[in-house]
Design a protein around this ligand. Structure first.
Ligand code: CTP
Ligand code: CA
Length: 225
């Protein structure tokens, strides 16, 4: 969908964006989850479409309307998101992992609802690591020149933590949010710094998530070949 005031600088490009937060089931009625609303990922998808891209949005449990002109693929768990992502990135020019992926999932899924028993202590929940989808996509680029973007929320030394994470993940850009008690999660605005593997560091002031999304696409468009 063209938007008159913006260059169609992503025309002819396929971009894949993940959004929301994964849910890791314990039993048919319970899960481990997180507070990601999906708003930032949806803003990234909508703005990419407005700039001319073909967009695949991998949506993990976001309760948001489908952005116009975007193909939405719904997933729930980290393993489902990984499967959907590995399929979608095959012909992607850009991959943006904005979803909050659970680091761990319950080691076992109990097929019947877990019941409490009087006088018996509950069993501890054993967890196992989920695969790192961003690191995997970065390490095995499905296409030469494919650009991979990660998101991170950090506290304390935000820039140093962000640089270390960018290197560890092997992605091209890492969008780092400073989080505190009330920052970012579920809000409509977001300040961030975009760190690039080429050394660049771009500070985006607090503003609507659409502004941060457009600033991220600016950084991406400048690096597409
Ligand atoms: N990510 C991913 N797969 C995972 C965990 C994270 O693809 N299993 C992606 C997220 O979508 C995000 C980026 O990696 O784009 C950074 O997520 P973050 O949770 O900050 O990174 P972690 O390596 O899990 O580090 P931490 O221990 O700080 O949570
Ligand atoms: Ca994590």
């Amino acid at each position: 969908l063209a938007r008159g005031d913006l260059a169609q600088d992503l025309a002819g490009r396929h971009v894949v964006v993940s959004a929301g937060g994964t849910r890791e089931p314990l039993d048919p009625v319970r899960f481990l989850g997180n507070r990601s609303s999906g708003k930032q990922g949806y803003a990234l998808a909508a703005t990419a479409a407005a700039r001319g891209a073909r967009v695949t949005l991998l949506s993990a449990n976001a309760e948001l309307p489908d952005p116009a002109g975007v193909e939405v693929v719904r997933v729930s768990t980290a393993l489902q998101l990984r499967d959907a992502a590995l399929k979608a990135v095959v012909d992607a020019d850009v991959v943006v992992m904005a979803a909050a992926v659970a680091d761990f999932r319950p080691a076992e899924y109990v097929t019947g609802k877990i019941k409490k028993v009087d006088g018996v202590d509950p069993a501890p929940v054993a967890l196992v690591r989920n695969p790192d989808i961003l690191a995997e996509i970065s390490a095995h680029r499905a296409r030469p020149g494919q650009l991979v973007v990660g998101f991170a929320a950090e506290t304390d030394d935000v820039l140093a933590n962000g640089r270390a994470k960018l290197a560890r993940k092997g992605c091209d850009l890492l969008v780092v949010n400073e989080v505190g008690d009330s920052k970012a999660f579920g809000l409509d605005t977001n300040a961030a710094v975009v760190l690039a593997a080429d050394g660049a560091e771009v500070h985006i002031p607090d503003g609507p998530k659409e502004n941060l999304a457009d600033a991220v696409w600016d950084q991406v468009a400048a690096r597409l070949r």
